[in-house]
Design a protein. Structure first.
Length: 237
């Protein structure tokens, strides 16, 4: 059966299962690799907290908390390392539904996804100390010794939220390449785009403060404008 022939629903579900299994195995293998560098990853994730609160120290209130943090760090590193392969598996699953002309965008789109995800994580890391500075200094007379597992859970969710949110321009561009939307529709929907972006940023950011919301919303809207011009000038739609 060729990729251009229709496939029964059970065949799609079976392929989806194997795509998910392959992605999960890749994340597990990459997580095992990340365990080797867990100490370095911990230091990198801990640095924003140390910059904001130099005299503070982590608290550990349970016997298993340090092991829990180690697993979270390994999973985070594995997810980042395996993200290009995971994104490829997602594209490989939907590609049979596309035409030959649309499938030629496979390499550019998967590459763009990997770059944007990494860029989102990097931008989130740059934003993290700024968000912490606001959140940890609301009351000047309070010493903020955070619980270790709470901080690393917060930091990892924060970075992943930025990384995942930076992927949406690729899907918007892919929808335009598939003929689902046009540059005229994107231009007409700018006000709705602002509302949706701000709402989505408020939902996915773990802090909920205005500074983090702004730091995420501004680049997301800029991506919307860049996507509009790419659709108009590259796809001519």
């Amino acid at each position: 059966m060729t990729v251009d022939e229709p496939q029964p629903i059970l065949s799609h579900l079976q392929e989806l299962r194997w795509r998910i299994v392959r992605s999960a195995v890749a994340v597990v293998v990459a997580s095992l690799v990340s365990l080797i560098f867990a100490g370095r990853i911990k230091d990198i994730l801990e640095r924003p907290y140390q910059e904001i609160c130099r005299d503070c120290a982590f608290q550990v209130l349970g016997a298993t908390e340090q092991f829990s943090v180690l697993m979270k760090i390994a999973f985070f590193g594995g997810l980042v390392l395996a993200s290009p392969y995971v994104l490829y598996q997602a594209w490989a699953f939907i590609s049979p539904a596309l035409t030959a002309k649309e499938r030629r965008w496979a390499i550019p789109i998967v590459s763009a996804c990997a770059v944007l995800f990494a860029s989102g994580v990097a931008f989130g890391y740059w934003s993290l100390p700024r968000g912490l500075d606001f959140l940890l200094n609301i009351f000047e007379d309070v010493r903020t010794d955070l619980r270790m597992v709470d901080y690393f859970s917060f930091a990892i969710r924060f970075l992943l939220a930025f990384g995942v949110s930076f992927l949406y321009p690729v899907f918007l561009f892919a929808a335009a390449a598939a003929g689902l939307i046009t540059s005229a529709q994107l231009a007409h929907g700018r006000r709705w785009a602002v509302l949706i972006i701000v709402t989505a940023a408020a939902i996915i950011t773990p802090t909920g403060d205005a500074l983090t919301l702004t730091l995420l919303s501004v680049p997301l809207y800029l991506f919307y404008e860049v996507t509009y011009w790419l659709v108009r000038l590259v796809l001519h739609k």
